[in-house]
Every structure is written in structure tokens, then in C-alpha cells.
Design a protein around this ligand. Structure first.
Ligand code: A3P
Length: 319
């Protein structure tokens, strides 16, 4: 009822007022929740997802920090999971941006009036999120969903993110911080989904504890050897490639369909946009490892290296 809605609204407003605030370097508002900096814009949808999302055991959750290769992981996992239901030459990825094909839990299911109804998504549901493990809806853990975490060198993520936000300009009147100031915030952990080291460590530790439930992969490894990683994902989600499929070259077909070159050059990804806010083309910039070398000084690189050494010490995680 309206009364219930209003009381939920008040609760939300009250909670919001207690949270520490910052701005992202592009001017978007951040709030600190459970130790993580989240865009205020998505705070309410995140809380709604926590409260209302009913996970099923067959769900596959793709988790990433923004700009770690989410688009690629969506395309790959969708193609692997649906390879028997949809012939590759009829893949919806050929006519829709991967973000249309695989929805985000917090943005597509719980953001606005016309949200997608999670009950209407066909099984196995593949859903994506940028939420840290600690903030995921409890039902995901309780249902025993499989989670695939993709991480990427934070220097590449930083540059990719900066160029993405410059390309799309979410807040027009925002004062954009210079590269070195923005970088300083990254090092302080003050950025969307930051601190990056806590985001990565949360999933890394969950993977160590329960490798059958949490797969941890790196963008750099996908770039180095996509075929064995496609097989790894297929095994992880419980549908390994048969020797017959391998002989027919299905793994290679999926790799080609989801490749940067192929997706980037599709008409839909050259022209369309999402909600009039984000250009489809902005998800396909360069797709390389180590592009940071063109933007960051050796001192900056050293600083992040030192942070990672101290934060990841003893964890076994090497990025
Ligand atoms: P760059 O900006 O370094 O090029 P996300 O999908 O999480 O938003 O991340 C976007 C980054 O992944 C961009 O990195 C983009 O070019 C890269 N990317 C997108 N699709 C890719 C693909 N199919 N293969 C490899 N990289 C891809």
C-alpha cells in the first residue's frame, strides 16, 4: 500500500542521511555503505535488490568492477549457457548489445518503473552485478548460485573508466578532476565500487573457500587464452563441452562471436545506446592489456603496485 511504500521511503532517506559522502572524480555522488563507495544513484536499487531479489539455485551471477570486461563476460557466458537453445548464427548478440542480452541486477531489475521482471527471465538466468560480495542479496548465497568474478589490472580499469565517463558524460555540469587527482582518489579507494582491493579480495576469498560456487578469472587471462577459459566457464556452470562439440569447433565459434573485433563492428554496437545515456560503442574502446602505459607516470604505477602488495599480502592474490 501507499503507506508501506512511504515508510520504506522514509527508512531509505534516514539511512541515506547517515552515510558518509564523497564525489566521484566526474562529479557523481558517492555514498559509503558497508565499507564500499557506491554511486548514490544506484543505492536505492541496490537496497531493493537486497530486499526483494529471490535467487534460484540455477542462477549464474556475473560480478565485476565497472570496466573490467563485463561486456565480454556477458557475451561469453550467455553464449556458453545457451549454445544448445540458440544457434550461434542466430545469437541475439548479433542484433543487441550484450548489456541488453544479460541484465544487471541493480540497474535493470530494480532501478525504475519499467524494470524487467526477474521471474520472466528464462532459466538459467544470467545476471550481472557490480556489487561487492559483501553487499550481494543474501538469497544469492542461500540459493547456492554460481558466481563468476572477472577482475582486471586496476591501472587499465582506471584508464578505461576515465575514458568511458569522458565519452558518456553522465553529469553535464560536473567539474571533472584532472588525471592525477582522480588517480589519487583511486589510491584512497574513493571511486565507484571502491576500494578496488576490497572488491577483489572479497570475491577472491570466497573463491578460495568455495571454488565450486565462485570462479575467479582475470581479463588478462581471457586475452591470453580465451579457448581454455571458455571451457573453464562451461565446466563451472555445469555444462562442459562434449568431445563432439569440441570436434565441431563450438568453442572457437563462441570465441569468435564474442571477440572484441566482432562485437565492436556490429551495427548495433556502432550506433545504439542504452536509455539514451550510454553509447553502445563506448563499451568497445581498445580492448587491450596495458594501455595505461600511455597515460600514467612510473610513480603512479609504483604507488598502485605498493598498495596491492600490502593489501593482498598473504592472500595469494596477484593482479
Ligand atoms: P578498454 O577501455 O581498455 O578498451 P566493461 O565491459 O566492464 O564496461 O569493460 C569495458 C572494457 O572491456 C573496455 O576496455 C572494452 O574495450 C573491453 N572490452 C569490451 N568488449 C570486449 C571484448 N569482446 N573483448 C575484449 N575486451 C573487451
Amino acid at each position: 500500500s501507499a503507506e508501506v511504500d512511504n515508510s520504506a521511503k522514509d527508512e531509505f532517506q534516514e539511512l541515506l542521511q547517515t552515510l558518509e559522502r564523497q564525489t566521484n572524480w566526474d562529479g557523481q555522488r558517492l555514498v559509503k555503505y558497508e565499507g564500499f563507495w557506491l554511486l548514490e544513484l544506484f543505492f536505492r536499487p541496490i537496497l531493493s535488490a537486497q530486499k526483494y531479489f529471490k535467487a534460484k539455485g540455477t542462477d549464474v551471477i556475473l560480478s565485476t568492477m565497472p570496466k573490467s570486461g563485463t561486456t565480454w563476460l556477458k557475451a561469453l557466458t550467455f553464449s556458453i549457457a545457451n549454445r544448445n537453445a540458440i544457434p550461434i548464427d542466430q545469437s541475439p548478440l548479433l542484433t543487441s548489445n550484450p548489456h541488453k542480452v544479460v541484465p544487471f541486477l541493480e540497474f535493470d531489475l530494480y532501478w525504475g518503473q519499467e524494470d524487467l521482471d526477474p521471474e520472466r527471465i528464462l532459466d538459467p538466468r544470467i545476471l550481472s552485478t557490480h556489487m561487492p560480495l559483501e553487499i550481494l542479496p543474501d538469497s544469492i548465497r542461500e540459493a547456492g548460485c554460481r558466481i563468476i568474478y572477472l577482475c582486471r589490472n586496476p591501472l587499465d580499469v582506471f584508464i578505461s573508466n576515465r575514458l568511458f565517463l569522458l565519452e558518456n558524460r553522465f553529469s553535464e555540469d560536473a567539474v571533472l578532476l584532472e588525471l592525477d587527482e582522480a588517480f589519487d582518489r583511486l589510491c584512497q579507494g574513493i571511486h565507484d565500487c571502491g576500494p578496488f582491493w576490497d572488491h577483489m579480495l572479497g570475491y577472491w576469498n570466497a573463491h578460495l573457500k568455495n571454488p565450486e560456487r565462485v570462479l575467479f578469472i582475470k581479463y588478462e587471462d581471457l586475452k591470453e587464452d580465451i579457448l581454455s577459459n571458455i571451457k573453464k566457464i562451461a565446466e563451472f556452470i555445469g555444462s562442459p563441452f562434449s568431445p563432439e562439440e569440441e570436434k565441431q569447433g563450438v568453442v572457437e565459434q563462441i570465441s569468435r562471436l564474442c571477440s572484441f573485433e566482432n562485437l565492436k563492428n556490429l551495427e548495433v554496437n556502432k550506433s545504439g545506446n542504452i536509455l539514451g545515456l550510454v553509447k553502445n560503442s563506448s563499451f568497445f574502446r581498445k580492448g587491450e592489456v596495458g594501455d595505461w602505459v600511455n597515460y600514467l607516470s612510473p610513480e603512479m604505477v609504483e604507488r598502485v603496485k605498493n598498495i596491492m602488495e600490502s593489501k593482498f599480502q598473504g592472500s595469494g592474490l596477484i593482479i
